[in-house]
Design a protein around this ligand. Sequence first.
Ligand SMILES: Nc1ncnc2c1ncn2[C@@H]1O[C@H](COP(=O)(O)OP(=O)(O)OP(=O)(O)O)[C@@H](O)[C@H]1O
Length: 263
Amino acid sequence: MTSAPGPAGASVEVVDLSAAHGRIPVLHGVRLTVAPGGWLAVIGPNGSGKSTLLRSVLGFHPHEGTVRIDGVPTSGMPRRARARLLAYAPQHPVLPEGVSTSDYVLLGRTPHRPLLAAPRARDREVAAEVMDRLALLPLADRPVTQLSGGEQQRAVLARALAQQPRVLLLDEPTAALDLGHAQQVLDLLDRLRRQDGLTVLSTLHDLTLAGQYADRLTLLSEGRVAAHGTPTEVLTPTALATHYGARAQVVAGPDGPAVLPVR
Ligand SMILES: Nc1ncnc2c1ncn2[C@@H]1O[C@H](COP(=O)(O)OP(=O)(O)OP(=O)(O)O)[C@@H](O)[C@H]1O
């Protein structure tokens, strides 16, 4: 890809973010920062609030506290301006019926063109570039709802990348992917942040992959930040036992700590 994904990444600051589902508090005063071009993976057991945190940062979920992108608070930011800064690949996307994969990816260009305007040549070029990078071109004409789970996950990521955001928020981006496709997607994100400075804020359940690709981890437990730091600092057998109730060894791998479950 020569010209996509676009502008360099922006910093993310989350200060004292609290959120609830109905009357039940879920996040309690969460603080985190991601440097431009950094990759922060939010890890934590099921139900610890990772998805709610991402959706709050995006402004999709009501919350208290402050989110700043490159120092600018997102509250009150017009929706289209926010969509040019932040793109999101959800864990459970709702895909439109009767839309081809290429038209679905083109939807990512919406914040970059005038309201109701048809896609321009540049929009098609960017969409084709990201589809090429994610090996989606052979699937371009297939209805996106008829792709396999892993193909759909790549299409959702392609749509987010076609948006040419400065910050990419990914909720479990490899959950439906086989190991080869997971590595392909994570390698692509790694290249985008190293070459173009794209900032990545993701959740990741696979702790070894999280440690290999993210430069910082935030461990969320019951809606609070329980640990933050480099993968080696955060991925300790004690933390895994305390917060996941898991038995695991952590061994030094070639690209960071590897988490090995033990019986
Ligand atoms: N729509 C909802 N209505 C009510 N409660 C919700 C809703 N969505 C999430 N919750 C609750 O909020 C808490 C945090 O959920 P969230 O999905 O943010 O966690 P998570 O860390 O992303 O979990 P997982 O790892 O299982 O995806 C959980 O207790 C969950 O049951």
